[in-house]
Every structure is written in structure tokens, then in C-alpha cells.
Design a protein around this ligand. Structure first.
Ligand SMILES: Cc1cc2nc3c(=O)[nH]c(=O)nc-3n(C[C@H](O)[C@H](O)[C@H](O)COP(=O)(O)OP(=O)(O)OC[C@H]3O[C@@H](n4cnc5c(N)ncnc54)[C@H](O)[C@@H]3O)c2cc1C
Length: 266
């Protein structure tokens, strides 16, 4: 039986291009291109590497987003995924992370059986790193976050991952079905090939609405989202730094000490 992988991918505004309106503190999205979230490109790449090794692996990419998120799915199909699913409905618009993971949970349950779910660690726009772990909790499967190395045994059951920590790493063994969230150190995402781009048009792309996934409408969308944004703002730029100069290191250190004592830092 084919090994089944689900990749959760989010279409995000390219934050290299995005600007903040200094008056309102909101993102200026007009004319900003949308891209596949960086960590999700690593998630897809790892799934594709498994498929390179075990060709009967089946990769489904799920995204929740507006109709234009189909472009993201086309990109994933062109890279080698087998199937793309867009969950799009006004009812899920305005969802926070809790409501997003409720929607993804319902979509995964409609997909049916799976062995492995990959998600990115973090989306570059929302930046919370909550959706993957929340989804794993809701599906009641084991999860490892911040995966920087991945290995699967040929029994397609035993997985060994190296998980990045702030001051080191952990090596964890677990079994499928499970959820892994990926970081950029894991791999280098491939580019789309010409053949892949043409081939993508013949692959399966499904668009599901809230009714299709039978999601509880009281658990999705803006109204149901427990997160309230009170204010968003751009921190004011800090003043110019102070450069301490002197002829010798000792002199500079002395001046620094006087300075810090003067400010009651030490
Ligand atoms: C009140 C409120 C309203 C909001 N309304 C919207 C809105 O209308 N549209 C909008 O885009 N954002 C909206 N957001 C932001 C929204 O909370 C997040 O974009 C979204 O829930 C994902 O969280 P994140 O970006 O922090 O993802 P993270 O938790 O950082 O993402 C981790 C990983 O989860 C997966 N993932 C995350 N989101 C998706 C997705 N949509 N589809 C598939 N996989 C995903 C990806 O693999 C991603 O790498 C709203 C937030 C609040 C608080």
C-alpha cells in the first residue's frame, strides 16, 4: 500500500517586499506577490525526497486560503506532489490559528488515512508556529517540531529525527502516523522543472468548502477565533548607538564602565 504523506502549506505575502503603513500600522498588501511559505517549501521537499526513494509514495498538499492559493498548489504539483486540496470558504475567512487548525483537522479527516504529516515550523506572516502543533493535538498523533534531519526506516514505520534546540539538538525516534514541523536546515527545496510545470495541469486539484469537510461552523472563522488583536504597530526606531573610542582597550573598557555605572546598569 502506498505511503501517504500530507503536507500543510500556506500562501503568504512575500515579506521581502511588504511594507507597513506607518500611520495605521497595518501591512500594505497591494501589489505584494504571494509565495509558498519558506518552511513549507522544506516540508514539501522532504516529502518529495521520500517519494524519490519510494516512488509509490502519495503526496497530498492541503492549503486553506482564498481562491488564488490554487497557484501555490500548482507550484507544489509541478515540483512533484500528486494531489492538491484548497479549502476555501467565506466561513473560514478571518480564522486565527485555533480556527485554522480546526479547518485543517476537518480537511485531513476528509482525506482519510495518512502516514505522515509535514507542516512548516512557522509562517512568515502570522509567525506563531502554532498551527502544526495544534493540528497534531487535534488529530491525537505524536509530533516533533523544529525538525532539521529526518530518516525513515525501510519498514516505513520507524522515524528518527534531529530536532533543533536553542543550545543544541535532540534525536527522537517515533513511529507513523505522526506530525513533523520543518525548518530550513532540513533541506534545499528543488525548483520546478519544465516537465513538472506541464505535468501539473493533469494532476488532481480539489477545491473544498466548509460543507465538504463537514467542519463545525461554530469553530471556524473570525467570530469563532479566540484571539483578539488589540493593536498592531511598528516599534519606533531606536536612537543612534554610542561609539566609545580610546587609544587602548583598557581606556575603552574604563570609559564603558563609567558609562554603565552612570546609567546604574551595573
Ligand atoms: C482575528 C484574526 C483574524 C485573522 N484572519 C486571517 C485571514 O483572514 N487570513 C489569513 O491568512 N490569516 C488570518 N489571520 C492570521 C491567522 O491567524 C494565521 O495566518 C493562520 O492562522 C496561521 O497562523 P500562522 O500564520 O501563525 O501560522 P504558523 O502557525 O506559524 O504556521 C505553521 C505551519 O502551519 C501550516 N499552516 C498555517 N496556516 C495554514 C493554512 N492556512 N493552510 C495550510 N497550512 C497552514 C503551514 O505548514 C505553516 O508553516 C488572522 C488572525 C487573527 C488573530
Amino acid at each position: 500500500m502506498a505511503f501517504k504523506i500530507i503536507v500543510c502549506a500556506k500562501q503568504v505575502p512575500d515579506t521581502n517586499v511588504i511594507k507597513i503603513n506607518p500611520k495605521t500600522g497595518t501591512l500594505i498588501r497591494d501589489g505584494v506577490p504571494s509565495i509558498l511559505n519558506h518552511d513549507d517549501a522544506n516540508a514539501l521537499e522532504e516529502a518529495l525526497k521520500i517519494k524519490d526513494q519510494y516512488p509509490d509514495t502519495h503526496i497530498t498538499v492541503i492549503t486553506m486560503g482564498p481562491p488564488q492559493a490554487k497557484d501555490l498548489l500548482m507550484e507544489c504539483l509541478a515540483k512533484g506532489a500528486d494531489e492538491g486540496i484548497l479549502v476555501s470558504d467565506r466561513a473560514v475567512g478571518g480564522s486565527d490559528t485555533w480556527a485554522t487548525s480546526n479547518t485543517l483537522e476537518a480537511a485531513v479527516k476528509k482525506v482519510g488515512e495518512f502516514d505522515l504529516i509535514f507542516a512548516g515550523r512557522q509562517a512568515i506572516d502570522g509567525d506563531t508556529a502554532q498551527v502544526g502543533p495544534q493540528l497534531a493535538e487535534k488529530l491525537d498523533i505524536p509530533q516533533v517540531t523544529y525538525v532539521e534531519e529526518f530518516e525513515i526506516d525501510k519498514n516505513m514505520k520507524d522515524i528518527t529525527v534531529k530536532r533543533q534546540l536553542e543550545d543544541g539538538y535532540e534525536v527522537i525516534k517515533l513511529q507513523t502516523p505522526c506530525m513533523l514541523t520543518t525548518i530550513k536546515e532540513l533541506n534545499s527545496p528543488r525548483y520546478m522543472s519544465m516537465a513538472g510545470i506541464f505535468g501539473a495541469k493533469n494532476k488532481e486539484m480539489k477545491v473544498w468548502n466548509a460543507k465538504d469537510i463537514e467542519v463545525d461552523l461554530t469553530k471556524v472563522g473570525l467570530e469563532a477565533s479566540p484571539t483578539n488583536v488589540f493593536r498592531s504597530f511598528t516599534p519606533a526606531p531606536k536612537g543612534k548607538g554610542v561609539t566609545i573610542e580610546g587609544d587602548t582597550d583598557n581606556e575603552v573598557a574604563k570609559k564603558l564602565l563609567i558609562n554603565l555605572k552612570g546609567k546604574h546598569v551595573i
